[in-house]
Design a protein around this ligand. Structure first.
Ligand code: UD1
Ligand code: CA
Length: 459
């Protein structure tokens, strides 16, 4: 079996300290479940066979990651990190070489660090290489007991003596193992410790006893190995991750007037020379082109915005595609299925849903357009409404190229307006309109001379 390097990712724990019905590794960080990050880091570091150990609410975790390169391993009882790796032993039968073990609750670890760990491990020809960090406050972590380069053992906080607790070098919970060694040494683990668990960390002392080399790689930035156990740490990780996302985008040519207030999900793409004003949220599978302006209060979810478009203050955009050179907002609401071809203007208090708009078509104020196919150069006057819903079914409105819709028109769907026609202001359009015509539907205006004066005299 040689399908590339293997990694085991532990994600079976309940996450008791989260006090949540949701499994810990599914809590989101910048729009992705926590477990997404360790998986991605392992992949990017070149680990091709990914085996994920799940236990608590495993079905829910598995469902969240339909990726084909994952092998799921069930640990029905959580008897400790050593036991978790024992559960994966069967799926590693026949595998030899370096084996990565990483935890699902350590989301900030960079792929480069895993690569460094892997190359240091092979260069040293160690049986175990532990990733460590110097923590100013090491509380809660396992402590690294060294004799020079050789790591003698890892002592869990709960089992440590007063003197051992003074050690500030901690176990990050990420290791490279010689897989043959670790799989045989696992059989020797026991539960003789304060938590009554099979500790994976005991592998280090086992390696020393077997006369093997044990090494540690200490990360420079201890925040990278931060484990998430409660919601305060989750929020802390979110802040760090968010800053990293924003910094990467800024280095890529995006301007942010106040990056501390900009919330961008992992994976969102933004082109160079686009400027984000304060308080912007770009979520899900979203991309923004080059030279765009995104003003304050704009929320974009699962949408694509092309170059040079301008999203004005307070607009909300969901599952929509905005072509180049469009102007949207302020206070516009683009609901799912909105497609603007380019050079469109969607002004204030305009709501759209499931519409396609040809180039240069515009709706500048106070309008609802739903379930409509709109041609090029169409102009909707203020207060246009597509009456698309009869209480039971949705119906379609078709408006062909170059139509001019006067203010305050209602288009009662299904209805089709032929190209280059004009709908007079205030009309309720219930029948199709042929091309090049005028459609007008109003009751004729009555004027009663002197009516006001007569009223006033009476009173
Ligand atoms: C573990 C390490 C500790 C290290 C710390 C780093 C041990 C004994 N201790 O402690 O030295 O400093 O991580 O964050 O390994 N898990 C399972 N099955 C189990 C138990 C745990 O899959 O039976 C998973 C958890 O879901 C989690 C990871 O293993 O993703 C670590 O478990 P956790 O209980 O958080 O270990 P710590 O006490 O943090
Ligand atoms: Ca932990």
């Amino acid at each position: 079996m040689n399908k590339g390097l293997a990694a085991v990712i532990l994600a079976a724990g309940k996450g008791t300290r989260m006090k949540s019905a949701l499994p810990k590794v599914l809590h989101p960080i910048c729009g992705q479940p926590m477990l997404y990050y360790p998986l991605e880091a392992a992949r990017m570091a070149g680990f091709k066979q990914l085996k994920v150990v799940v236990g608590h609410r495993s079905e829910q975790v598995i469902e969240a990651f339909p990726d084909e390169d994952l092998t799921w391993i069930k640990q029905t009882e959580q008897l400790g990190t050593g036991h978790a790796l024992m559960c994966a032993a069967d799926s590693l039968r026949g595998y030899s070489g370096s084996l990565l073990l990483h935890c699902g609750d350590v989301p900030l670890l960079k792929p480069e660090t895993l690569q460094q760990l892997q190359s240091y491990h092979s260069q040293q020809q160690a049986a175990v290489t532990v990733l460590t960090a110097q923590m100013p406050n090491p509380h809660g972590y396992g402590r690294i007991i060294r004799d020079g380069e050789q790591i003698l053992e890892i002592i869990e906080e709960k089992d440590a003596s007063e003197e051992q607790r003074q050690v500030t070098e901690i176990n990050a919970g990420t290791y490279l193992f010689d897989s043959d060694f670790v799989l045989s040494a696992l059989k020797g683990l026991n539960k003789n410790n304060s938590q009554g668990e099979y500790y994976l960390t005991d592998i280090v002392a086992a390696a020393v006893a077997a006369g093997k080399k044990t090494r540690a790689l200490c990360v420079e930035d201890p925040t990278e190995v931060m484990g998430i156990n409660d919601r305060c740490q989750l929020a802390e990780a979110e802040v760090l991750m968010r800053w990293k996302i924003n910094a990467d985008l800024m280095f890529g040519g995006v301007s942010m007037i106040d990056p501390t207030t900009v919330y961008i999900d992992s994976g969102v793409e933004i082109g160079a020379d686009t400027t984000l004003h304060p308080n912007v949220q770009l979520r899900g599978k979203t991309s923004i082109g080059k030279n765009c302006i995104v003003e304050t209060g704009v929320v974009v979810v699962d949408s694509q915005v092309a170059d040079r478009s301008h999203l004005k203050a307070g607009s909300a955009i969901e599952e929509s595609r905005i072509g180049p050179d469009c102007k949207v907002g302020p206070m516009a609401h683009l609901r799912p299925g909105t497609v603007l071809s380019g050079n469109n203007k969607i002004g204030n208090f305009v709501e759209t849903k499931k519409i396609q708009m040809g180039e240069k078509a515009q709706a500048s104020h106070l309008t609802y357009l739903g379930d409509a196919e709109i041609g090029r150069n169409v102009n909707f006057g203020c207060g246009t409404i597509t009456c698309n819903y009869d209480g039971v079914n949705k119906h379609k409105t078709i408006v062909e190229d170059d139509v001019f819709v006067g203010s305050d028109c209602q288009l009662v769907a299904p209805v089709k307006i032929g190209r280059n026609s004009l709908l007079a202001a205030g009309s309720t359009i219930t029948k199709d309109v042929p091309p090049d015509s005028l459609a007008l539907s109003r009751t004729e205006q009555k004027v009663i001379d002197g009516w006001r004066l007569r009223k006033q005299k009476k009173s």
